[in-house]
Design a protein around this ligand. Structure first.
Ligand code: AKG
Length: 260
């Protein structure tokens, strides 16, 4: 089974990202949006101008809050996308909401996703499913096409190991930022990012429109955490096999994390 066309795959390889239009639609999309928003409202609430960047931007482990996200993360079309781009053995490596609600003018600086929580092999993909229309006004993603070809950027001069391990904001200056392109999306569109492609987002300057994203990361089932002495990244096994017993089935992951 394939999800990506040859053309989409070629775009991903050339540019380091590809947009998949309308991957989730109709009632499935409505349910995803409703359950994500319920979880966000329960844990975070509206944009808090006095809150930290982290408070206003991220809700980790969203699949533990929403059955619709769980179904999509474990068994939706993105798992097949991951299989096509990574290989036969796939695990879930992270799930979170990345929101920029109206009023939130904070930027998310230039970074590579493998700059946070570096994994080896570095062929993990990030998938960002739009829950709203995203454009320049409300803080859509900006990507530097082709920047993945430079590989992992060494930011150790600017950021210490402790910061790296904590996942603190690891952003950098980019010389050719003028070549960046905005990625406008409709609800249900997905952008798939190579782990080395440089991307950022500006503030949400709209008075009326939120910019909500469901972020799901997929990795090779044997991927290890470079910043954590090469320990295996633990996550649900979604396709194939893993040499690590810590990489469990979805049910085992659920019991371990949630205790039920
Ligand atoms: O939320 C954003 O604006 C940026 C998200 C992002 O770049 C990421 O999660 O890697």
């Amino acid at each position: 089974m394939s999800q990506l066309t040859d053309q989409q795959r070629a775009s991903f390889e050339r540019d380091g990202f590809v947009v998949l239009p309308a991957l989730v639609v109709g009632a499935d999309l409505d349910l995803l949006v409703d359950e994500c928003m319920l979880a966000w409202s329960a844990v975070k609430g509206p944009y808090d101008p006095d809150g930290t960047w982290l408070h206003n931007a991220l809700l980790p482990m969203i699949h533990h809050h929403s059955a619709a996200v769980r179904r999509y993360y474990y068994g939706g079309p993105l798992v097949t996308v991951a299989e096509q781009l990574i290989g036969p053995n796939i695990k879930g490596a992270a799930s979170q909401l990345t929101f920029k609600l109206r009023g939130n003018q904070q930027t998310f600086g230039w970074h590579q996703d493998n700059g946070y929580g570096e994994l080896d092999p570095a062929n993990a993909i990030s998938t960002l499913t739009a829950l709203d229309v995203a454009d320049e006004e409300n803080g859509c993603l900006w990507v530097l096409p082709g920047s993945h070809r430079q590989g992992q950027v060494d930011i150790s001069d600017s950021f210490g190991a402790a910061q790296k391990a904590s996942g603190a904001e690891l952003t950098m200056e980019v010389a050719d930022a003028a070549s960046a392109v905005p990625v406008r999306m409709q609800p249900g569109d997905v952008i798939v990012l190579h782990s080395h492609v440089l991307h950022c987002s500006h503030g949400n300057t709209s008075a009326t429109r939120d910019r909500r994203i469901l972020f799901l990361r997929y990795a090779d089932a044997d991927a290890v955490e470079v910043y954590n002495q090469g320990q295996p990244r633990v996550g649900p096994l979604l396709r194939g096999t893993s040499r690590f017993s810590e990489v469990s089935t979805c049910e085992q992951e659920w019991v371990r994390e949630c205790g039920t």
